[in-house]
Every structure is written in C-alpha cells, then in structure tokens.
Design a protein around this ligand. Structure first.
Ligand code: SAH
Length: 221
C-alpha cells in the first residue's frame, strides 16, 4: 500500500521547488508563459508515493504503481505547449490520467478537462490529488481511451499520455475542425506527433522521439 502526502501540499517549499522546475524547463526550451506558470504552481509531490516525494521536482519520470509512470515534467510541459500553439483550447480530452499531474496542468490552461484512465485505482488516487489542489473543472471516466469520450465530443484539443501502436480513429473523429491531437505513436519508443484536423483530412507533424508506457487496448482493471 502506497501512502501519499496530501496535507503538506501547499507549503512554501513546494512552491519554490515548482518555480525552480519551471525555470529549468524554460532553459530547456519551454517558452509558453501559461504553461510555465502552471508548472511553477503545481505541487508535483502530492501526485507521487510518499517514498518518492523528495524526487518530485527532478525533471524525470517516476513510478506511480501498477507498472505506470508519472511523465517527465519536460514532456508534460512540451505536450501542453503544443496543445496551446494555435490558441487557447476551450476543452481538452486527456487519455491516460495516471497520477493526475498532467491533468492538473491542463486544468490551469483551459475551461474544462475530460480525462480517461483504464486503471481504477490510479483514477481514484488522481481524483483525490486534484480535489486537494482545489481544481474543479475536471471530469474523469474509467474506460478505454481508444474509444475517446464520444458523449463529450468534440474537443478543441486531445492529448494521449501513453504510447499508441497506431492513431485511434475515434480520437480523430472527436476533434473539432482545426483542433489538434498530440500523441506518441510507436511500440517500444515513439515519435511525438501533432495531428491537426482540416475538415475531413488530417495534417501530421512529427515533433521528437519520446518514451511512454503503452496505450493498452480493451479490458479494464
Ligand atoms: N500523464 C500521466 C501519465 C501516466 S502513464 C502522468 O503524468 O501521471 C499512462 C497512463 O495511461 C497509465 O495510467 C495507463 O494506465 C493509462 N492507459 C494505458 N492505456 C490506456 C487506455 N487504453 N485507456 C485509458 N488509459 C490508458
């Protein structure tokens, strides 16, 4: 059983650590001011098992249980920045809630976040952390992200935080015209791609090589 530290979430120490992390990401090429501000204000340590909390402001991915990981802050910031590159999205669909850390950043950048996770226990824990942060513009669903979230579509932006063997068709269909999907595509290692909807066609750009846990199809845990 992993324990988490909800109560020490808003201390000055974590605020300072968040600011230092944001500064580091800026030197690594993240330039969007809103994204940097969200990173500076998010207590990443509450999203981690207590035993790893001291590493929360390092720029690394870390295990969160169930064979899953909290993404590296650089990649969280990078993907968020890509979602915002054509202007502020009004809503965002996230596939792979995991710890909820990326979700907390997105919630500070848009009106409404919808997040889908297939592992119930991770979703439960993420919900507690997001509530502790006083973020209330997030809806969560326990389900298979390959299907997206049809009843809440269309979305201005969609982010997938697990490596997809191919691009899920449902996600393309759930984008508004002009909307963008940011997704790592590939098996062992992936290429981060931006797919922009242009009517019934889709423009594809490649960003950089990345490494995520796999986007698993089908049944729920
Ligand atoms: N952004 C998260 C990343 C978590 S790792 C964070 O920083 O914490 C990726 C997550 O995707 C895992 O929690 C995994 O359970 C989830 N996942 C994998 N396949 C999925 C699917 N088909 N549908 C929904 N979630 C999925």
């Amino acid at each position: 059983m992993m324990t988490y530290t909800h109560n020490s979430r808003t201390g000055n120490k974590s605020k300072r650590s968040g600011e230092l992390l944001a500064q580091k990401l800026q030197t690594e090429g993240i330039s969007n001011a809103q994204v940097l501000q969200a990173i500076a204000h998010s207590p990443r340590h509450i999203f981690l098992p207590e035993i790893l909390a001291h590493k929360a402001y390092d720029n690394t991915a870390l295990p969160i249980g169930q064979g899953q990981t909290i993404s590296q802050p650089y990649i969280v910031a990078k993907m968020s920045e890509l979602l915002l590159a054509n202007g502020r999205p009004k809503n965002i669909l996230e596939i792979g809630t995991g710890s909820g850390y990326q979700t907390s950043i997105l919630a500070q950048l848009t009106d409404k976040v919808f997040s889908v996770e297939r592992i119930k226990s991770l979703q439960f824990q993420a919900k507690r952390c997001l509530r502790a942060m006083d973020l209330h513009n997030i809806s969560m669903k326990h389900g298979d992200g390959w299907q997206g979230w049809a009843s809440k579509a269309p979305f201005d932006a969609i982010i997938v935080t697990a490596g997809a063997a191919s691009i899920p068709k449902a996600l393309l269909e759930q984008l508004v015209d002009g909307g963008r999907l940011v997704i790592p595509v590939g098996e062992q290692t992936q290429i981060l791609k931006i797919i922009t909807r242009e009517g019934e066609s889709y423009d594809e750009q490649q960003v950089e090589a990345v490494r995520f846990v796999p986007l698993v199809p089908g049944e729920l845990l």
